[in-house]
Ligand binder design. Structure first.
Ligand SMILES: C[S@@+](CC[C@H](N)C(=O)[O-])C[C@H]1O[C@@H](n2cnc3c(N)ncnc32)[C@H](O)[C@@H]1O
Length: 221
């Protein structure tokens, strides 16, 4: 990871068993690859037992955006996915302190969770300030990236929204190219649309005066 992207060391204890059972799933790679049918699917019905609109934050970090959305909109459900344990412990702590009933966190690799997405079940998907890859010119990596975006597209309801932002211009161009040319998203005429959605990484780059680019695309009806 490049300088300036290292998260500071997080000191946090794991949640107690009851809190973890309420808020946190841990899905290991071997289960995701070998036995995905044993895991709940990433839908409101299977994770929350209701059919409320669902938002998923891919790479949620400490869950700041996820907790904020869940607190602000109690009529929706929110899922935050991340592979890092300690940031998720922070997310779970905050969700418990806020007594949120409409949020879950999943620890694991979101690429491996694509089979758990179901068509037409997600209202909004966020992929904000992901760690910038070094392989944007590698066609095999872009196939994987395209499959990820296609999986999100298929999971969205008609009219559902996908949010992406990054501070790396070449990565933005790569993603914009896939979104515009390979996948049936409606892309805005301008290749830079600020959703106004704030996350810790956005705030960090803003404080450092580092520009970033973002886009919101819509799944067609
Ligand atoms: C740079 S942070 C951004 C956090 C947050 N979205 C924000 O904007 O503040 C990227 C996060 O994505 C997570 N991540 C990266 N690749 C992942 C993967 N394949 N599966 C799950 N999480 C991943 C990292 O652990 C990290 O917490």
């Amino acid at each position: 990871m490049a300088r300036g992207r290292h998260p500071t060391r997080i000191h946090i204890d794991p949640p107690d068993a009851q809190t973890a059972a309420k808020y946190l799933y841990c899905w290991h790679g071997c289960d995701l690859f070998r036995e995905p049918h044993r895991l709940p699917r990433l839908t409101s019905r299977e994770l929350f037992g209701n059919d409320r609109p669902l938002e998923i934050d891919f790479g949620c970090g400490k869950g700041i955006l996820a907790c904020s959305r869940a607190g602000q909109y109690p009529e929706i459900n929110v899922v935050g996915i991340d592979q890092s344990q300690k940031p998720l412990f922070c997310a779970v702590r905050d969700a418990a302190e806020l007594k949120l009933e409409n949020i879950k966190f999943v620890r694991g690799d979101f690429y491996a969770m694509l089979p758990l997405l179901q068509p037409g079940t997600v209202n909004k998907a966020y992929y904000l300030f992901p760690n910038p890859p070094h392989n944007i010119y590698l066609s095999r990596a872009n196939v994987r990236r395209r499959l990820f975006l296609q999986g999100i597209h298929d999971a969205l309801i008609p009219g559902g929204l996908f949010y992406f932002a990054t501070d790396v211009p070449s990565y933005f161009e790569c993603m914009y190219d896939i979104l515009k040319n390979s996948i049936m998203f409606r892309t805005p005429d301008s290749a830079n649309v600020d959703s106004g959605i704030s996350t810790p990484y956005r705030q960090m780059w803003e404080q450092k005066g580092r520009p970033f680019r973002s886009i919101v695309v819509e799944k067609g009806i």
